[in-house]
Design a binder for this molecule. Structure first.
Ligand code: ATP
Ligand code: MG
Length: 253
């Protein structure tokens, strides 16, 4: 397994508050890695560090063999809210992501084709001309996933992308993201604070502590997907993750 992302003894403090104190972990090429940790421990900040939106005080961040500052083109984001432009339809929103990344390097026809192919992949092949106001929350988030994939990143960083969706849509989106991951072979770094979400999705789960944040443990989940969350192995893994987090067992609301 080759590492595509490596954080080596990363420390960051904001004002005088230490967020990370020598945090190290790596992400393997092509893996689905979940980052699980309590609120405020620095999960979103971690994605900003990987995407070079934020520099580190000490330590190093390597992405695809380069310092993070030289590797931003390998990376795309999916945020908790889809951040679509309301006056652009689905296709035009996916094209916009490409325009911002490629400028004139990618022709208009190619961008449109790419947008259509990816909207098709996320299940919106018939809705390419819908505007955000006409879409459900799940559909909007699918557009933002298509937009992220359209810039051909090797790595997709996802920050609690389904947490604003209702339970049923969230479940469906989780199985869909697994299908998309299998089809595209991308490396996905997925932030969540829900144990069951990590259990359903991850190859490995990096469990973070409260601040000053360090890796409590990295838990590998080798069970085949789709996973039965009620199985004895899953229950054991759930218990382990829940104990590490030190919170009462979560029931999905
Ligand atoms: N620009 C900043 N300046 C000062 N403090 C910041 C800044 N950005 C983040 N923080 C602090 O860093 C810590 C980590 O923030 P972050 O948003 O990464 O947490 P999180 O794990 O994503 O939390 P949540 O689960 O609530 O989304 C928090 O205590 C936050 O207040
Ligand atoms: Mg966050």
């Amino acid at each position: 397994m080759t590492a595509i992302i490596e954080l080596d003894r990363v420390s960051i403090a904001f004002q005088k508050e230490v967020i990370y104190d020598q945090l190290s972990f790596s992400v393997n090429d092509g893996e689905f890695l979940c980052i699980l940790g309590p609120s405020g421990c620095g999960k979103s900040t971690l994605l900003r560090v990987i995407g070079d939106l934020l520099g580190v005080d000490t330590g190093s961040v390597t992405v695809a063999g380069f310092p993070a500052a030289q590797a931003w083109q390998e990376i795309a984001y999916v945020f908790q809210s889809p951040r679509l432009l309301p006056w652009r339809d689905a296709e035009a929103n996916v094209i916009l992501g490409q325009q911002l990344r490629f400028g004139r390097e990618r022709g208009a026809d190619e961008m449109r084709q790419k947008a259509r192919a990816l909207l098709d992949l996320v299940g919106l092949g018939r809705d390419t001309h819908k505007y955000p106001a006409m879409m459900s929350g799940g559909e909007r988030q699918r557009v933002s996933i298509a937009r992220a994939l359209a810039v051909d990143p090797r790595i997709v960083l996802m920050d609690e992308p389904f947490s604003a969706l209702d339970v049923t849509t969230r479940r469906r989106m989780r199985s869909e993201i697994i299908e998309i991951w299998k089809k595209t072979g991308k490396t996905i770094v997925f932030v969540t604070h829900e144990v069951d979400e990590a259990l359903e999705l991850a190859d490995r789960v990096v469990v973070l502590s409260v601040k000053p944040t360090r890796v409590l443990e990295t838990v590998s989940l080798s069970m085949p997907r789709p996973r039965n969350l009620a199985s004895p192995e899953m229950n054991a893994a759930r218990m382990r993750l829940t104990r590490l987090l030190g919170v009462p067992e979560q029931a999905e609301e």
